[in-house]
Write a protein that binds this ligand. Sequence first.
Ligand code: XUL
Length: 547
Amino acid sequence: MGMKEEFFLGLDLSTQSITAVVIHLSGGTTHRLSVPFDDAYPAYHTRGGVVFGETPAEVLADPLMWAEALDSILTRLKDMNLTGSIRALGVSAQQHGTVYLNNTFVERLKGLDPSLPYHTQMQHVFSRDLSPVWMDSSTHEECREITHALGGHEAVARITGSIATERFAAPQIRKFWKKHPEKYEQTAHVALVSSFLTSLLIGGIAPVDAGDGFGTNLADIRSGKWDEKAMAATAPGLRSRLPRLLVKDALAGRVSSYVAERYGFMPDTAVVVGSGDNPCSLVGLGLIGLQDIHAISLGTSDTYFGYMKEPKDTERSEGHIFGAADGGLMFLVCFKNGSLAREAVKKRYGLSWEDFSRILLETAPGNRGKVMLPYVLPEITPLVLEPGIRRFGGLTADDVRGNVRAVAEAQAMAMYLHSHWTGPRPKGILVTAGGSENRGLLTVISQVFGVEVSSLEVRESAALGAAIRAAHGFHSARGRRPAGWRDLFESLVKAKRREVIQPPADAVRIYQAPKGLLNLYRACEDFALKGGEHPQGKIRAFKARLQ
Ligand code: XUL
């Protein structure tokens, strides 16, 4: 079979939906489809793809729903007659969630009946029914214990790339072990969401890559191995329960006979190791190896990320360092109040997304000194455990335009301020995921950062990245194209820009001048979160400059 007939599939299991992207060596992206969880699987009672636990800080999802979603999307691809020509596939998934499996899991995978879907045959393989997901912030106590055991925040961040972080695997596993030691005892394998889905595809325990594996507080980002001290600080006997950790992309295996038979794949279809949605997006945006272009994903969460060569400024309290597909690294800063905060504002004022975008394009940069801290939910960056919207500078709840502008400016300014540790400011920013369709949001980002901001035609960059990783893994395994991530991206994606926005210089000054809005926003954060001085003086000075 010639190279022209080769199709590659990327699957992205995000918070709210599963998406498939198919790419072709000469044709770019050929198919995109998506299944939203809340509508497709009402039996799981999810809202936004998740359910809440005993407290609002506990955020969970049923791994059987994810297995059902995998079945739906593969069945659709089969019905479209696509699966038979796919040479390799790869999984991208929401990061940090953990899946707890008992010792019947592997046997069950091997004995699956291809006439039935996964979820009707897998009820008994879990030692924990619900999986904690990245939105969970219920492990503050466990983070403290892990930090203490490893010798402080700096030590944890230096080793694992992040301080002990509520949503990460280590504190989540520790909480489970403390609360349910008998169920932890029955756990033979702890998988990440990406490795769980990849295990379903290959019919055995799949490894994790460093993109997802470093987001656990369990790996040493320099050696690329699970760290003994971090595992000991988490729960007893953890090593034998964790999957193999791979520093560079590699094939995890080939599809199981169940997958080949049920969904119509060729038996030799390769499966690349799964990864997190953000590391996959880095690939899908063509940023492997590039340090002067950064990325923003406006999905359920907002993330700010980019490629990183060497571990930098590891002794910090915010942000993370994960592995990148080429064996290098990436930085990432995550904001939980992403689309959820934008939606809350949109809903409150009965607006459409078109209205939201238009208001952002019509209103003045700087919002006349009106500022919002948009913590609709507990926030990850900066850490906010008690949510609540706060308003400053005369912003009132009935000011529709002021609140729309304030939420968008707050999100862009938080990204600017909390990414200072990542190195030089970027020369340009690529924006992806759902929110990248919103011209108003892209414009606010370009005004705050003062750089060119663009969005791409394919906004499903995580699924696209998983497809590119599948192609790369497939070609590398055949010794065809060993390392050219950029070349592969160019030839497969033919990245078409949808929007390119240049920042007007006068708008940039409003934010970045010494007494500009960024300075004011930082003062509002310090006041609300660190007991700093009231920003009244700074608000007055900012407003005076505008006259
Ligand atoms: C990243 C993070 C989120 C999830 C969402 O650290 O927690 O972006 O990956 O899918």
